[in-house]
Design a protein around this ligand. Structure first.
Ligand code: QV4
Ligand code: CA
Length: 482
């Protein structure tokens, strides 16, 4: 369950938060496929409660009404067609799976598929679920429970959402059936929402009943779905990430917290020389890593001082480090602009999501940030693909915030977060030649629109990276030699 099964030569998934299925299909063909992306995490595809009283917040999608595949992102047929088109473009789909709970205790009770529920009687006819499928008696998770009481974290309600009992056979069957439908349609795996709030022994039963990935969509025979479990573990809690790593991969929230501290200014870059498990991060093969996610970019979930698109310079630095460094299975966030933390995606007066538009410089309009289209980010995807499987070597630092490292004869990066220029001749691991910096520009024909870096026969190169340069990174790789 720890192999994302990316198509050959690809890596890195992007969370296209609140995108519509038809738009994702086109994005696979027009941008993600051609730029070497490996996959996409999509928003929960199953019916959720419609919450007009809060102006259709983004978080209504985490309140399941049924397992029918009708949401603001589209219907089942559109979902299936997206998976097909994306797989054809070499891009895998991973489903955000909300199976810990069902919606409840809201004044409204109609879902995006037109179904409703009788919350007081725990009756969700469109699944169907009834009273015996939920943990009883009802209790509500308190902040203090996270420190003391694993059983309350698992059996009580997260934000008053009706807590399913995954120990019962009927619930297991409904969940397995729900997930297997996606595998049949050709998805490559799942994000398990709120995994911390479910018992590992129950999850194990569910995972083991999943189909192998669909060979008709290009997966090898016998391939198991990639599963990454959302467990926020910054230490000191009753539930530990170590209970989940024996099952499948786990989201590592320390990763983005520490890189945000380093690139945001709270810590020096030179300390990153031993980045990885020595920093308290998960073992490489267990970890799904990212700088920000849909929760902490708006102070939900783990919160904290996380870098996001709102601070583009250090954010691009942190992302370049994540993508250049071999540690972890990286995920990018692709956002919409928001002024308050509840606001949903760009929508019209009827609540329909408005598609992104695309500008001539490849950026997005209509309220979408599209970090995955930023040149400095998209070109680092190529860097990671070219450097895949190589070693981490030739670390250099100046004793504070200027650092550089090389990737096994394939790529080289340098960063400058100091308030003075970086001007140094550094040892790289690349063959002699002229390389085009993929951060400051791109290669067009034989010409480089950004900085050109020349590596001598001794593998050394003069690197200059001004303190006031537009970006704090230089990155070169074998795929962009001139
Ligand atoms: C409120 C009150 C309750 C009250 C209730 C009803 O808090 O005390 O009982 O009204 O009157 C929303 C609202 C929340 C509301 C709740 C129930 O924000 O105010 O309760 O709905 O109606 C997202 C949002 C939540 C949102 C939820 C469901 O972040 O705010 O709750 O969706 O719509 C922990 C977990 C971790 C979790 C993280 C946020 O360990 O698993 O918190 N992260 C995941 C998702 C996240 C999602 C959920 C889990 C729930 O990434 O996006 O929560 O599916 O760290
Ligand atoms: Ca639970």
């Amino acid at each position: 369950y720890k192999n994302p099964h990316y198509a050959p030569g690809r890596s890195t998934m992007v969370h296209l938060f609140e995108w519509k299925w038809n738009d994702i299909a086109a994005e696979c063909e027009n941008w993600l496929g051609p730029h070497g992306y490996g996959g996409i995490q999509v928003s929960p595809p199953n019916e959720n409660l419609v919450i007009w009283s809060k102006r259709r917040p983004w978080w209504e999608r985490y309140q399941p009404m049924s397992y029918q595949l009708t949401t603001r992102s589209g219907n089942e047929q559109q979902f299936a067609s997206m998976v097909r088109r994306c797989n054809n473009a070499g891009v895998r789909i991973y489903v955000d799976t909300v199976i810990n709970h069902m919606t409840g205790t809201w004044s409204e009770n109609v879902g995006t598929g037109g179904n409703s529920a009788d919350f007081n009687n725990f009756h969700y006819p469109a699944v169907p679920y009834g009273r015996n499928d939920f943990n009883w008696p009802e209790c509500k998770i308190q902040e203090s429970d996270y420190r003391c009481c694993a059983n309350r974290v698992r059996n009580c309600q997260l934000s008053n959402l009706k807590d399913l009992n995954q120990g019962t056979e009927h619930v297991r069957q409904m969940i397995v059936g729900f997930m297997n439908r996606f595998i049949h349609m050709g998805v490559a795996g799942f994000r398990i929402d709120a995994a911390k709030h479910m018992w590992p022994r129950d999850l194990r039963v569910i995972y083991n009943r999943l189909y192998n990935l669909n060979t008709a969509h290009g997966f090898p025979a016998g391939a198991r779905p990639y599963i990454f479990q959302e467990v926020i573990d910054l230490g000191g809690e009753a539930v530990s990430r170590d209970e989940y790593t024996p099952l499948a991969a786990v989201t590592d929230f320390k990763f983005g917290m520490e890189l945000s501290r380093a690139f945001g200014g709270g810590n020096q870059l030179r300390y990153l020389h031993n980045w990885g498990p020595q920093w308290g991060l998960l073992a490489h093969s267990d970890s799904l890593v990212f700088i920000d996610n849909h929760d902490n970019q708006r102070s939900h979930g783990a919160g904290g001082n996380i870098l996001t698109h709102r601070e583009p310079r250090p954010y691009k630095g942190a992302i370049a480090f994540m993508l250049a460094h071999p540690y972890g299975e990286p995920q990018l966030m692709s956002s919409f602009f928001f002024h308050n933390t509840e606001a949903g995606p760009p929508m019209d007066n009827s609540g329909n999501i408005i598609s992104p538009s695309f500008n001539t410089d490849n950026s997005c309009g209509n309220g979408w940030v599209c970090e995955h289209r930023w040149r400095q980010i998209a070109q680092m995807i190529q860097f990671r693909n070219v450097a895949a499987g190589t070693t981490f070597n030739n670390w250099w630092d100046n004793g504070s915030n200027q650092i550089a490292f090389c990737r096994g004869g394939q790529g080289f990066v340098a960063f400058n977060k100091d308030s003075w220029d970086l001007n140094a001749t550094l040892q790289t691991c690349l063959p002699a030649g002229r390389y085009c910096d993929v951060i400051s520009g791109f290669k067009r024909g034989n010409c480089c629109t950004g900085k050109t870096i020349t590596i001598g026969n001794d593998g050394r190169a003069h690197i200059s990276l001004g303190a006031n340069d537009y970006d704090m990174v230089i990155a070169i790789h074998r795929g962009e030699q001139s």
